[in-house]
Design a binder for this molecule. Structure first.
Ligand code: ADA
Ligand code: CA
Ligand code: CA
Length: 391
């Protein structure tokens, strides 16, 4: 019987121990019930708490185990109470927050304590720094140099005027003012028009006339001396595009180096033009006609070149003032001279020179050149006559 009770007590104790979940911890029987006549001091449950924070308490030991040594009939000891349930271990602290990875990958998930809850999810790592600055691309090489365009061809030859034949006889140049563009608005002139140094007087192909001195003009164009000129061209002046009608008085006076172009005398007057002071004068293009005696008068040392000019009906084309010897150099080139009652050039100065070239002539009374009392129709001494043609 006693054995049975012990057995029953043991079973009960086992059940109690079993009820004490190991995980909850269990008391340890330290004072087993006394056997014998019945335990009078039932064992108390274990009191030792599990010390591991991570583990529940260990299962309490079985209740009292000391069997009564007596076999008296005492009742079995009281059933020992189970040990106090052990409190669970403290919750493990989470792992330290992982620091971010250098390149911004999240920190490794912290592992929790052994039985505690897991550590908090690691925060993401600090934002990774940007990538290294890209290096520039390599410098591109330039394109292939273009080849230059083909050399342009020269333009077609111009259709300019025909080249004058230097050996042609007579005027071989197209001159202006072949016809008048009307009368000059200042007609009749009562004062000489003066052209000074550096000036060009352009008559615009107008026709200029004057009137008798008795009427307040410059002269009637007769052979009376002392008439005034229509134009006075001082040294350095230029006269162009003028037509002189009747009365022409004493025409044009040159005082020093001067040039004149496109001058036409429809009437020569007392004379057409006079060099009044030492000069080199060029008169290119024009015509003169209807004179009683001299066309061009030379009253000073001069070189006078007349070219591309047509002269008709007078006594002599040029005269170095009678009895004077400045001397004069006269040139007639590419001219057409006709109807001179005496000559083309007359001088009393043996040292004066004259050249008649590339010129046609007709009806020259005494001879082409008269020097003193000598007459020349061909080159000799200071007289040069070349490439002329009589018609
Ligand atoms: C004549 C006269 C000269 C002079 C000349 C001229 O030859 O004898 O003195 O006046 O005319 O310039 O018109
Ligand atoms: Ca005169
Ligand atoms: Ca005169």
């Amino acid at each position: 019987m006693a054995l049975q009770r012990w057995f029953v007590a043991g079973v009960l104790l086992q059940l109690a121990v079993f009820a004490c979940d190991g995980k909850d911890g269990a008391g340890e029987t330290t004072n087993p019930g006394l056997g014998g006549s019945g335990g009078v001091d039932p064992g108390t449950g274990g009191t030792t708490r599990a010390t591991s924070p991570n583990l529940g308490g260990t299962t309490g030991a079985a209740g009292g185990s000391t069997r009564a040594t007596t076999t008296s009939a005492g009742g079995g000891g009281d059933r020992g109470t189970g040990g106090a349930r052990a409190t669970g271990g403290a919750t493990g602290t989470g792992g330290a927050t992982a620091t971010g990875g250098r390149t911004g990958t999240g920190g490794a998930r912290a592992t929790g304590g052994t039985t505690a809850t897991g550590g908090r999810v690691g925060r993401g790592g600090a934002t990774g720094a940007g990538g290294a600055k890209a290096t520039g691309g390599s410098t591109a090489t330039g394109g292939v140099r273009g080849t230059g365009g083909a050399t342009g061809r020269g333009g077609a030859p111009g259709t300019g005027g025909t080249t004058a034949n230097p050996n042609a006889i007579g005027p071989n140049k197209t001159c202006g003012c072949l016809t008048s563009s009307g009368d000059y608005s200042g007609n009749p002139l009562t004062a000489t028009i003066v052209v000074n140094n550096g000036q060009t007087y352009d008559g615009g192909c107008k026709t200029y006339v004057t009137k008798s001195r008795a009427s307040g003009g410059l002269g009637d164009g007769s052979q009376e001396e002392g008439q005034q000129p229509l134009f006075r061209v001082n040294a350095g002046g230029k006269l162009v595009n003028v037509i002189i009608g009747a009365p022409a008085a004493d025409g044009v006076h040159f005082y020093g180096n001067a040039t004149a172009e496109n001058i036409h005398w429809l009437d020569i007057g007392e004379d057409a033009a006079t060099i009044k002071a030492d000069a080199t004068v060029t008169l290119d293009c024009g015509s003169a006609r209807n004179g009683a005696d001299k066309v061009f008068q030379v009253n000073a040392r001069a070189t006078w070149t007349v070219s591309n000019f047509t002269i008709k009906s007078a006594g002599k084309t040029m005269r170095e003032n009678g009895g004077s010897c400045y001397p004069v150099t006269a040139v007639f080139d590419h001219c057409d001279i006709s109807g001179m009652s005496e000559s083309i050039f007359r001088t009393d100065c043996a040292s004066s020179k004259v050249t008649i070239s590339n010129t046609r002539y007709s009806q020259i009374g005494d001879g082409l050149v008269i020097v003193g009392s000598s007459v020349y129709n061909s080159s000799s001494g200071n007289v040069t006559i070349t490439n002329v043609q009589k018609y």
